[in-house]
Design a binder for this molecule. Structure first.
Ligand code: ATP
Ligand code: MG
Length: 326
């Protein structure tokens, strides 16, 4: 199957410094393949190289080396471009137009015929939750509302591949829920969505696979279930009626012991402790067990581990001149 997006050793050096420009490696040999129909999350801390990657895909900037293909064609292929939608990181639009006028204008540029244009613009404004504000000038829009216009704009050409740079940025919880629902809808329609984010919860609920970048390099990629299925780190026990003697026996083995209300405790046990033995001991001492749960790594733990392992500070800051500092 032709991949929806295929990146091979994609590298980008920016030129930094005014008097003595030096190359600065923002992206270092990134290789990634995204299959059609996938919702793929591109995660990483600030400055990791996410926007750089997405701009390279859109040919807003050009790679120092490496290759990027969309739908089997090098980026920039005109026919393929018609099949791509893009939301930039901080969308900005001419703000004396209304949302409806702006989208209609873009639809005209895209060559969408008259009646279809009106229908599509109206439908998209409803889908991004701006149905009632369609006749407001954009200068009266909040940040989150502009973000929604940006998302509508990205979908105007009915794209097969949708590239979104921080689609949830600036959105309130309701807005995020709407955008999540929209992305799931796009997936049901068989479209490919490649989006960057630092909001891990969004990746958790939406993505078939994710990649984590740090310091311009790929730190990890794969199915969320494989990456972070999610190792069991220990156990969490909630108990009531704990006698003072049982409490004394718990103290040395618990990694954390918190009294959450009078006589009711949350006990965290390390993986090495068999919970059965602890439960038996507590039950023998007259305590009641309210719950026992495994504590798993979350995507957030995984993210932090990967970033630490990649040594986010260890970016190849200066390249060339034989003085590459890593
Ligand atoms: N035009 C530029 N000139 C020089 N350096 C740049 C330029 N654009 C980005 N960079 C640098 O490249 C690195 C990657 O930036 P990029 O915008 O891709 O990060 P990001 O992962 O999108 O971060 P964020 O989560 O903050 O949006 C950063 O260190 C940034 O300072
Ligand atoms: Mg960015």
């Amino acid at each position: 199957m032709t991949p929806a997006i295929d990146l091979q050793d994609l590298t980008k050096d920016y030129s930094v410094g005014f008097w003595r420009p030096r190359p600065y490696r923002a992206l270092d040999r990134l290789s990634l393949t995204i299959q059609p129909g996938e919702v793929f999350g591109f995660l990483g801390p600030n400055g990791a190289g996410k926007t750089t990657t997405l701009k390279l895909l859109m040919q807003l900037i050009f790679p120092t080396s490496g290759r990027a293909e969309i739908l089997g064609k090098p980026v920039g292929h005109v026919e393929t471009r018609r099949r791509i939608g893009y939301l930039p990181e901080n969308p900005y639009f001419y703000d004396y137009l209304t949302a409806e006028e702006l989208l209609t204008y873009f639809a005209q540029l895209l060559g969408v015929p008259g009646a279809e244009r009106t229908r599509r613009v109206g439908d998209l404004l409803d889908r991004v939750g701006l149905g009632r504000e369609r006749r407001f000038q954009l200068r009266k829009f909040s940040k989150g509302m502009i973000q929604r216009v940006g998302i509508a704009q990205a979908l105007l050409n009915d794209p097969e591949v949708i590239v979104l740079d921080e689609p949830m940025s600036g959105l309130d919880p309701l807005g995020r829920r709407d955008v999540r629902a929209l992305i799931l809808e796009l997936r049901e329609q068989g479209r490919t969505v490649f989006f960057s984010s630092h909001i891990l919860a969004d990746a958790e609920t939406l993505c078939s696979r994710v990649a984590v970048v740090a310091g311009g390099r790929l730190a990890a990629s794969g199915r969320l279930t494989e990456l972070a299925e999610f190792r069991i780190r220990g156990w969490e026990l909630v108990v009531v009626n704990v006698s003072p003697s049982a409490l004394e026996r718990l103290r040395p083995i618990a990694t954390r012991l918190t009294e959450i209300s009078s006589g009711r405790y949350t006990v965290e046990l390390p993986l090495a402790e068999t919970p059965e033995a602890v439960v038996t001991m507590l039950a023998g001492a007259g305590a009641s067990i309210l719950s026992l749960n495994p504590v798993r790594d979350t995507l957030e733990d995984f993210f932090v581990q990967q970033i630490a392992a990649a040594g986010a500070g260890a970016r190849a800051e200066v390249v060339g001149d034989g003085d590459a500092r890593r």
